[in-house]
Design a protein around this ligand. Structure first.
Ligand code: PPS
Ligand SMILES: OC[C@H]1O[C@H](O[C@H]2O[C@H](CO)[C@@H](O)[C@H](O)[C@H]2O)[C@H](O)[C@@H](O)[C@@H]1O
Length: 275
């Protein structure tokens, strides 16, 4: 699954996972080469020097660089844990760390082929790509700006609090916070551009590698038609085992709220007025 942050990818991944026949798409490769950690708040703002914005974000922890042993161990574990009984393996990759993931694989294999060859050697099978995109880039950026500040990346409903994946997630690096997120026009503008660039980069990468994704899933179309979309996608992927009963009820809840909508409106009004 080729995604950018806050594109609705977890809703899609969790529904595919619940089918029981489409692998277990998690995000085990979400790590940056220099830190060995997933994106920290300031990683989204490289090159930004606005002190007022940076003051809203914690200092970056240095971590430790990924080495070949570590990359090999993580790949082996992902292949074992994220494959369903029918042999389907699935995973999610965000554009923002694809180069770091590929570098880790090349460190294991010594391979210097192109990106697609490197992915094939990592996963050892025919690859099918699904792209997830979200049309409303301002809403997507507002969602990301809120998640960066709160570290609340998912809401699984009343049975579990709004928080990130459980303790088995070795790639979980930051705890959710109760702090109220703060509106910042420059932050949202920067993230809007970053997300648009990431989505465009995936599209260009597919074209450069002669790949037609099996489907481009659009968030705004997925939400009102989750079951039918995922059923069609299973067919398009050539997975004809029957999915688990009731797999297509949404396991994730929408996180945006009135504040998100107000921030979106305020941002658009400020843009219209000249930023
Ligand atoms: N059931 C349901 N209905 C509608 N919207 C939903 C649902 N589940 C998740 N979401 C929304 O998906 C957004 C998170 O996207 P991702 O899962 O790609 O984010 S992440 O980067 O992987 O954390 C994030 O968007 P915002 O609501 O705008 O914050 C989630 O709320
Ligand atoms: O730790 C920061 C990162 O967290 C997000 O990813 C995590 O939450 C996602 C939504 O629940 C989940 O799909 C993913 O597997 C988790 O690792 C976010 O996607 C990252 O951009 C962020 O840096």
């Amino acid at each position: 699954m080729a995604a950018t942050p806050r594109s609705g990818s977890t809703l899609l991944c969790e529904t595919l996972r619940a089918s029981g026949v489409a692998g277990r798409p998690e995000e085990p490769f979400q790590r940056l080469r220099d830190s060995g950690l997933s994106h920290q708040p300031r990683d989204y703002f490289r090159g930004v020097d606005d002190p007022e914005l940076l003051a809203l974000l914690p200092e970056r922890r240095p971590g430790a660089p990924i080495d070949a042993d570590d990359a090999r161990e993580r790949l082996t574990r992902a292949l074992a844990e994220d494959t369903t009984a029918n042999g389907v393996f699935a995973t999610k990759l965000m554009w923002g760390y694809l180069p770091d993931f590929l570098a880790g694989i090349r460190a294991i294999t010594g391979d210097d082929g192109d990106d697609l060859a490197t992915l094939r050697s990592a996963f050892g099978r025919d690859l099918r790509f699904v792209q997830v995109r979200r049309r409303d880039k301002v809403a997507q950026a507002v969602s990301l700006w809120r998640a960066i500040q709160t570290q609340q990346w998912r809401d699984e409903g009343s049975t579990r609090p709004a928080r990130v994946p459980g303790p088995d997630s070795a790639f979980r690096d930051a705890a959710p916070t109760e702090a109220e997120p703060v509106y910042h026009h420059g932050a949202i503008a920067h993230l809007r551009d970053l997300l648009a660039a990431g989505e465009a980069a995936w599209t260009a990468w597919f074209a450069d590698h002669g790949i037609a994704p099996v489907r481009v899933v659009v968030y705004e179309q997925l939400v009102p038609a989750l079951g039918p979309t995922v059923r069609e996608l299973l067919g398009e992927l050539g997975i004809d085992d029957p999915p688990a009963e009731g797999f297509d009820r949404p396991r994730m809840q929408r996180q945006s709220n009135g504040t998100s909508a107000a921030w979106r409106e305020r941002f658009l009004a400020e843009e219209a007025a000249g930023g």
